[in-house]
Design a protein around this ligand. Structure first.
Ligand code: HEM
Length: 514
């Protein structure tokens, strides 16, 4: 009976729906056109230069740049075309003048992280040290995790990094060189990350996952991250979609499961299990690793689970990208290559059995330091937009009044090509760090470069760990091997989604004589 009634009502319902739709559609279109016209011609940002499409739509940024894996390149081009201030969206303005770093990123200036970071929350309402948008909650988290990253704790863990760098060099040697002759090309894109993943898991949990030992992408953590990242990052720019996706029932379909045998879900499970085990033992591990320090600072089990997963992600890709970039740039310039090799050979005696160069010795080598700085400058590995929200009252930035709640950002790629570095900013020239006689300018160069690690309350906590790995791995690589790019015309395949997804970086390696 009810179905008969429904059937008799169906035609009139259909007419009603069609009528409603034909009436609503023009109204919706009108509202859309009015909102685009307002954004383009009447918004307080109407005079800020930028692409016309970006002034009324997010398509230019979100689809044209982010979804195509080239935010850093597109933003650099936009600054070249429009100058130091660019309107990249209806409510977004990006800047390139490093003088704005203290204002936008400084301590206590009131600029909070934008909703772009929401997608990085491991759970709705539970931000990590990286994704937390409330300044108060972030300060509490940062106080608790800070000691684990301090210079002294990092230096206490140097011997564990040495053991892994040594195992990495031996593995490269036995896999790719025999009797000083190169055998097969090495995919250095993967091998650089085998090292950084093992180092970070060793420092965080007191136990390397086993990328070097298995000479493989252990449980496909790297592959699964690379597969998931483009979609996650592109969606994070559509904040309304993220709000929908974080609803409990939707998350079930969008988040990798901890029941997975491999991939990112399994990585989360591994970190979660290790934290649970450790908290059950009162925080005490076999040695005083980062997890133990988290426990000592009063972190809850949940906070530690969230932040230890963050370390694995934040601490492996960025450092691996810098190792790759350094190798690529050094191998592409014969004069840089020769100068670096001579400096290393002259200052680091080879011992038997071989020992890994100490951080203090490696840091004292001027040419090695200049190469690392130049690699970070020319190829900042953290290429995600560090967006912030203008506080109440608005602000005047680079001569434009920017109203409150506008999203603003300085992107490290254009910042690292600022004129303070000289005329030839697009060249890899380590000498620029050694020839500069003007002390003040050198300090300004150092400070500007440091922005690759962010600034202010969100300044990178893992900077010292990154440097420890960079100095040791690059010194040991060029001391032990002669290295050449297999395909200098196309050294790697690279796309960027905040992190760089790089593969097929084929290199030939040969043991150095002597
Ligand atoms: C060359 C290597 C690295 C670069 C260029 C880099 C860059 C950055 C940048 C730019 C930020 C600030 C992001 C923002 O404000 O949105 C950041 C934050 C962070 N980084 Fe790194 N990072 C590197 C290595 C590492 C390593 C090795 C670790 C961990 C062991 C790490 C852990 C973190 C954490 C926990 C934060 C969040 C800090 C906070 O918001 O309070 N990073 N990093």
């Amino acid at each position: 009976m009810p179905s008969l009634l429904l059937m008799s009502l169906a035609p009139s319902l259909k007419t009603l729906v069609v009528l409603e739709f034909t009436q609503v559609l023009p109204l919706a279109l009108l509202a859309l056109v009015a909102s685009c016209a307002y954004s383009r011609y009447a918004s307080p940002l109407k005079n800020v230069p930028g692409p016309a499409l970006a002034s009324f739509s997010r398509i230019w940024l979100n689809v044209g740049l982010v979804a195509r894996g080239n935010l850093h390149g597109g933003i650099m081009d936009a600054h070249r075309k429009y100058g130091p201030v660019v309107r990249v969206g209806p409510n977004k303005v990006y800047f390139s003048d490093p003088a704005l770093i203290p204002e936008i990123y400084g301590v206590g200036t009131g600029y909070r992280k934008s909703d772009l970071y929401m997608m990085s929350d491991p759970e709705p309402g539970h931000g990590s040290t990286f994704s937390e948008r409330s300044a108060e909650k972030h300060a509490v988290l940062r106080r608790r995790v800070g000691p684990a990253y301090s210079n002294s704790s990092v230096l206490q863990m140097e011997s564990y990094v040495d053991a892994l760098v040594s195992a990495w060099i031996s593995a490269l040697s036995s896999e790719f060189t025999v009797a000083k002759t190169s055998l097969k090309s090495c995919d250095f894109a993967s091998w650089s990350q085998f090292l950084t993943y093992d180092v970070i898991s060793e420092l965080a949990f007191g136990k390397a996952f086993g990328f070097i030992a298995t000479r493989s992408d252990y449980k496909q953590y790297i592959a699964s991250f690379q597969q998931a990242l483009p979609m996650i990052v592109t969606m994070s720019y559509f904040e309304e979609l993220v709000k929908f996706m974080t609803l409990g029932w939707v998350r079930k379909f969008t988040t990798p499961s901890i029941k997975d045998e491999t991939g990112y879900g399994n990585l989360t499970k591994t970190a979660t299990d290790l934290v649970r085990e450790r908290w059950a033992k009162g925080g005490v591990g076999e040695r005083r690793d980062m997890l133990q320090r988290f426990y000592e600072e009063g972190m809850t089990e949940k906070e530690a689970m969230i932040d230890s997963t963050l370390i694995l992600v934040a601490g492996s890709d960025s450092t691996a990208t810098t190792i790759r970039a350094a190798v690529m740039f050094i191998c592409s310039d014969p004069s840089v290559y020769r100068t670096l090799k001579s400096e290393l050979a002259a200052n680091i005696p080879r011992t038997s059995p071989p020992s890994v160069v100490s951080f203090s010795v490696a840091r004292s080598l001027p040419y090695l330091s200049a190469c690392i700085k130049e690699a970070l400058r020319l190829f900042p590995p953290g290429a995600g937009a560090m967006e912030r929200v203008v506080p109440v009252g608005g602000a005047t930035l680079s001569g434009y009044f920017i109203p409150e709640n506008t999203v603003v950002c300085l992107h490290p790629w254009p910042v690292c090509r600022d004129k303070v570095f000289g005329e030839d900013v697009d060249s890899f020239r380590p000498e620029r760090w050694l020839e500069e006689k003007d002390e003040k300018r050198l300090v300004k160069m150092e400070k500007t470069l440091d922005f690759v690690f962010g600034a202010g309350p969100h300044y990178c906590l893992g900077r010292q760990i990154a440097y420890l790995e960079l100095y040791k791995s690059i010194a040991e690589l060029f001391l032990t091997f002669d290295i050449g790019l297999s395909n200098p015309m196309r050294p790697w395949k690279s796309r960027e989604y905040g992190f760089f997804l790089q593969r097929d970086m084929m290199v030939k390696i040969k043991k150095v004589d002597g």
